[in-house]
Design a protein around this ligand. Structure first.
Ligand SMILES: C[S@@+](CC[C@H](N)C(=O)[O-])C[C@H]1O[C@@H](n2cnc3c(N)ncnc32)[C@H](O)[C@@H]1O
Length: 366
């Protein structure tokens, strides 16, 4: 009998190793990994798949204790789930978790994911590696059906967000950006990499839900077949310029002296319809899911690259006005929104000059 502790996540009972991580990227204490903080990540999978509302054959390729796979099988109707992990130590946990929830629509698998995805195809393929998903993407794309969904987590945020530039360039063939936009840029580098990898096989992607949270970035993309779909996607790749002296940021389809960061995904992060259909009811962290859904639904998705209040304040050498007061003043001039990427961040379609003008005016008033 496998040893561990019983927890409840969402509507699902789980047996997990007694010593496990509760935050950050996590580490393996036992031979099997579990991180409590990733409950939100699993909540989002459940909300997303429920909102799709169709029969799904699911491959949770790197399942560890089976937590995500078992939650999907238990909490999302009409699913048929493979809970796979290469580590043989995971199988007793997966099997016990299937038993605990009385599931007949989930099976344990102990394959290298490259083998699993060469043998079978799925409607939904999930990659949740330690660090970068790059070594696994090729197989994940091959194992995903036409019109299927690929869900990819990256926890190598240090390279992606510019702390290790050379590593990011080697892995993702993209130059990262440091500073206030680093997490948005990290997310867009990941999506861009998935788009370029898919294009090699004449496939395009359509991001449906992409976010940055805690120590990771994650995207859910729909795969579309055809050279046309691939070309359309590649046309959405951009290079970014950022001038910390003026705060000007802009994108260009080709690199030049100023547009040196990237390539990154320059298209939308979200599918509005799916966001509308997602519900936080019954999730492990209902409150956080509700707040995130609200932010994602509100977030301007046409113009990449957020600003941060502290960035603008230090550039203008003024104190930071109240966030809400500033957003209200901006809204009188044009489109502005909060962003899920930072609690002090915002997005706008207004020019940088207007951002600074409004910021100065509000800062003097406050
Ligand atoms: C970060 S953990 C996954 C955590 C899990 N998704 C969860 O929510 O608790 C990464 C897992 O990937 C597995 N793994 C690494 N390489 C693999 C491969 N080539 N095929 C299948 N599983 C692999 C590891 O054994 C490990 O359990």
């Amino acid at each position: 009998m496998v040893q561990g502790v019983r927890i409840r996540e969402g509507a699902t009972e789980l047996l997990v190793p007694e010593q496990h991580s509760s935050g950050g990227p996590g580490k393996i204490f036992d031979t099997v990994f579990f991180n409590e903080q990733m409950a939100l990540n699993r909540d989002v999978s459940v909300m997303f798949l429920r909102a799709l509302g169709r029969h799904m054959k699911v491959a949770d390729c790197m399942t560890a204790t089976g937590s995500r796979a078992v939650r999907i099988a238990n909490e999302v109707p009409d699913t048929e789930v493979v809970a796979n992990d290469i580590n043989p130590g995971t199988v007793p946990y997966i099997e016990e978790n299937i038993r605990l929830n009385g599931l007949s629509n989930c099976r344990a698998s102990r394959e290298n994911l490259h083998v699993l995805l060469a043998k079978e195809v799925f409607d939904y393929v999930d990659l949740d590696p330690f660090g970068s998903p790059v070594p696994f993407l090729h197989s994940a794309i091959q194992g995903c059906k036409r019109g299927g969904i690929l869900a990819v987590t990256a926890t190598d945020t240090a390279p992606l967000a510019g702390a290790h530039r050379a590593k990011c360039e080697r892995r993702y063939q993209a130059r990262p950006l440091r500073g206030p936009m680093c997490h948005e840029s990290a997310l867009r580098i990941l999506i861009g990499y998935v788009a370029r990898e898919a294009a090699k096989f004449d496939k395009g992607i359509r991001p449906m839900l992409s976010f940055s949270a805690d120590h990771y970035v994650r995207t859910y993309v729909e795969l579309r077949n055809g050279a046309g779909a691939a070309d359309e996607c590649l046309s959405k790749m951009v290079y970014l310029s950022y001038d910390p002296d003026t705060l000007e940021r802009s994108t260009s389809p080709t690199p030049d002296d100023r547009h040196v960061y990237g390539p990154v995904w320059g298209g939308p992060l979200f599918d509005r319809d799916i966001l509308e259909r997602m519900s936080p009811e019954g999730m492990a962290d209902e409150r956080r899911c509700e707040k995130l859904l609200e932010l994602w639904r509100e977030e301007i998705d046409s113009n990449p690259f957020m600003y941060d209040m502290s960035e603008v304040a230090s550039n203008l050498k003024v104190s930071t006005p109240r966030y809400d007061t500033f957003l209200e003043a901006m809204a009188e001039r044009g489109k502005v929104s909060r962003t899920h990427i930072s609690p002090t961040g915002f997005k706008t379609e207004l020019p940088t000059e207007t951002v600074k003008e409004v910021f100065l005016a509000v800062s003097k008033r406050d």
